[in-house]
Design a protein around this ligand. Sequence first.
Ligand code: R5P
Length: 296
Amino acid sequence: MSLVIIGGSSAQALAFKVAKELNAPFIDCEYKKFPDGEKYIRVEEDVEGKKVALVQSMYLTPDEYLLEYFLLVDNLKDMGAREIIGVIPYFAYARQDARFKPGEALSLKTIVSLIEKTGTDKVFTVDMHLHRVENVNRLFKIPAKNLTAIPLLGEYVKKEFILHDTLVIGPDEEAEQWAKTMAETLGTEYDILEKKRLSATEVEIAPRELDVKTRDLVIVDDIISTGGTLAKTIEVLKKKGAKKIVATCTHPVLVENALKRIYKAGGDAVIGTDTIPSPVSYVSVAPLIAEALRKL
Ligand code: R5P
């Protein structure tokens, strides 16, 4: 069955790069809005009997991109697509995977169930924020795979930076998985800090015993949103005498002056991937996604 690639409006460039890597046809779609804000979508070529990989990331206006995703999947099924592989590099709502206060919506559960109900056959995510769920297969009933971009970020750091006596740091316990993979790629040690979230924009990093004097550091997290976590982490490590600090993440959401916060705290560089287009999306996840699609 031949594979074709479609990009939602959030991931046109990334989807095109994936198609190029695979030498697969890229199918254009028309996206526009009616004057009242409703969406209009048209798939410009026939997809009957085809396997379609639909790439849609869900950053900044996740609700819009989610609705567009549902409209596309349903439409592709109606058009006779044989199989739909949802490639969702940045998966929104993953942080609300539990009811932290009574009455809170279990948003992740709802989004997952809508993705399944609209007809997606398989799902790929990239470094999904899976903190309380160990495996993406626990969330989805359809086959699902969570890819990781950390080795690609590590290779980029290796190529572009001259670092001495490097230590990889994860800002909190949940970042250990990424810190470990980054350390393996760089051939260094890693350590993690302790984070307490005070609000949506402020965190506290415990100044635990850690000898980083004269060491260069690579900090790694899945998401940089407001930059609060990274800025606080860098402040603490700078006070302890760290030298060069390279901050890395898979998903550079970057809201509210996040980059300025990180540089002001003493970060020397910020490196992210193109799961979200941004000024620091130096590393492309297209080869990672292409490889996963190739193996299907
Ligand atoms: C939280 O657990 C995540 O792994 C990130 O640390 C968090 O999303 C970063 O957010 P912010 O940049 O707003 O501190």
